[in-house]
Design a protein around this ligand. Sequence first.
Ligand SMILES: [Ca+2]
Ligand SMILES: [Ca+2]
Length: 282
Amino acid sequence: MTLRRLAVAAVALFASASCFAQTFLWNTYNESSFSDAVASGNSVTVTVAANSRLTFFTTSFTPIALTNGTTKMVNFTVASTGGLTAADTTTTRALYAGFFNTASTTSGATRFADDTGYLLRWNPGSTGNGYLEYQERGSGAVNSLYNGYTAATNFGVGSSGAAVELLDNTSYTFSTRLVMSAGGAFSFGTSSNSTNYGASISGLPATYYGYTNTDATPVSSFDMFAVLLQNTTGSDVSFTLTMDTATLVGSYSAVPEPSTYAALAGLAALGLVAWRRRRATV
Ligand SMILES: [Ca+2]
Ligand SMILES: [Ca+2]
């Protein structure tokens, strides 16, 4: 390899570092205690004990800061060997996902108490037809991402709102659109159509598209992403969450290890210096 090619390759490697360095560190909370750094990577699987709820969350990414007039997409896929089908339709909801602001407290046994944000819930419904709803969490709430919210509001689904229950052993891809209007109001999407929805779920017989009304007093920065699974069965279940990196790039990026950047920057600098010296002597 010529020195020039080495320099070009080094620069390209450095430029792409923020794209491939999507290393999420995952933690769990079982409503009584935290387990930190239980898994890492874009696709992870955890065990949810029988008749329990597990919160599965990460803070290892550059915060999503929604300035006025911006939209951010976050996509992820979930599957569970149990806990989704025939969930308790009167007192519990099977699957939740949320975007939160940690108030810069991300460790300790009461770290959730000061968190704010939004929680989406796939509600299995009382008639067998599930739907998406959301709630806003206020600060000073109890130390659980399951509690401490405003009343739930159904997502608007227009005329395309037919939905069914989520099933066990099936992969569902959630696509979420976080919108901050020019005037500073937050919403999940602006319409239930396929291009402006706030949340869609594919994997159902028909893709679900929904959106929320605007929140004029929004949470505008999110530094924690969480998924909660309610295992309503009497057996432990396996739950897998996969982040869609293709969509995360450009929305927000995980933070590479500082040593990675330092090494790549050093390699790029050395390559450029060598190339310039070689050119100067030709
Ligand atoms: Ca906190
Ligand atoms: Ca609000």
